[in-house]
Design a protein around this ligand. Structure first.
Ligand SMILES: *Cc1c(COP(=O)(O)O)cnc(C)c1O
Length: 400
């Protein structure tokens, strides 16, 4: 569960700063707000934490993806490569900007396989979205290298990897843009919320304008007189979210440290079970340890071991069967049931490609996700809880 487990007096203090001024909006009201700018402060702290030049707080991880794609000028007629293993929002965001998501296979990191970029790209491909699933990174240096060599933009969906890194550099900061989610079950939570980061000033401005009806946020004039270059929408983060984010961000490194300890304890137990292997990590040190993914030699054994664990009170998820994180299971998506009756963008005449979502196009995902079991790791896992998991695993292994 991560950040939500640690909500306490630090969050209350930050929230009270906002309630004392009564100014809940991040922009304007400069006289009344008494110097309190929580969203701005959160953005600055977050950019610094991620070693990125710019950060923009927004309403959700889903809107962060849509804003980043908009800033990168991805739109009708374009294709975007997206891994088959991700949350629905990554695909939805591509369709929200009128583009078509193309399903790509994963490698043993359980994230986008860099080799898929040249295999699946077409003349219509504009961008690639590697997703760092379950707190651990893709082969991101290779992905960025191959994508840029092919003149494709890279947007990292790091909704699940906040605080994770590759060789000392935070995930989300490798691509042209990176996005984060702060929904209630994510590593850092503001209830609902998200962030867009980038090192590119033009992309930042485009995102910033779009997320607030085109406002250019010129500090020299009042909000009513600000310039407007493009049309936009409202995806503004509010001050209460900014306040929560500030308090949560200060806890992030501690949180990851605790999860790493808990994860290591369970991994050491699982490593004793014959046949158990672990998900590949491009940089084990950079893991944010929100989940533990391990695998069995084949799908049948995975299913059998999962049942035995479950009987001992140890819960795991097999993502090949999960309804929300594996494209072949999204019946409404496969039926092209977009929210409009015209099935746009699939029916857009400017789209010249021929996209298909077939299991046979993602053989590695079919194999790997079928025999992988994933366990959630919490910040607070008591000695008793960990011992109980150890006992459960030992007993399941004995019955296997
Ligand atoms: C949670 C999540 C999102 C969406 O974030 P919300 O804040 O819930 O909108 C996007 N991508 C991935 C991989 C996620 O896990």
């Amino acid at each position: 569960m991560a950040g939500a487990e640690l909500i306490g007096k630090e969050e209350i203090k930050e929230i009270m700063d906002v309630l004392e001024t009564g100014i809940l909006m991040r922009y304007g009201f400069d006289k009344e707000r008494n110097g309190v700018f929580k969203v701005r402060e959160f953005e600055e702290a977050f950019a610094k934490y991620c070693q990125a030049s710019y950060a923009l707080g927004v309403t959700s991880g889903s809107s962060a993806l849509k804003i980043a794609l908009t800033a990168m000028d991805v739109g009708p007629g374009d294709e975007v490569l997206v891994p088959a293993f991700t949350f629905l929002a990554t695909y939805e965001a591509v369709m929200e900007v009128g583009a078509i998501p193309v399903m790509a296979d994963i490698d043993d990191t359980l994230n986008l396989d860099p080799q898929e970029i040249e295999k699946k790209k077409t003349p219509y491909t504009k961008a690639v979205i590697p997703v760092h699933m379950c707190g651990s990174g893709a082969n991101i240096d290779k992905i960025v290298e191959v994508a840029h060599r092919n003149k494709l933009l890279v947007l990292e969906d790091n909704a699940q990897g906040c605080g994770a890194s590759f060789k000392g550099k935070k995930l989300g900061s490798f691509g042209d843009m990176g996005t984060f989610s702060f929904d209630y079950v994510k590593t850092v939570t503001t209830g609902e919320g998200g962030m867009v980061i980038t090192n590119n000033l033009d992309l930042y401005h485009h995102a910033e304008w779009y997320h607030d009806h085109g406002h250019d946020h010129n500090p020299k004039v009042s909000r009513a007189l600000e310039g407007r270059t493009i049309l936009g929408f409202n995806y503004r983060m509010n001050e209460l979210q900014g306040a929560l984010g500030l308090a949560q961000l200060r806890k992030l490194d501690y949180l990851i440290g605790e999860q790493k300890k808990n994860k290591k304890f369970i991994m050491d137990v699982l490593a004793q079970v014959p046949g158990v292997g672990f998900r590949a990590k491009p940089d084990p040190e950079g893991d944010s340890a929100t989940f533990l993914a391990f695998n069995m030699p084949d799908e049948n054994q995975a299913q059998r071991f999962q049942n035995l664990l479950s009987a001992e009170g140890v819960d795991t998820v097999c993502y090949k069967k999960n309804m929300w994180h594996y494209v072949p299971n999204w019946e409404h998506f496969l039926a092209k049931s977009t929210p409009n009756s015209k099935k746009y963008p699939f029916t857009d005449p400017s789209y010249k490609g021929d996209v298909q979502y077939l299991r046979e196009n993602i053989p590695q995902a079919e194999n790997l996700l079928g025999r992988t079991l994933v366990m959630g790791i919490s910040v607070k896992m008591s000695k008793e809880k960990l011992d109980q998991i150890k006992k459960g695993i030992d007993q399941a292994a004995k019955n296997f």
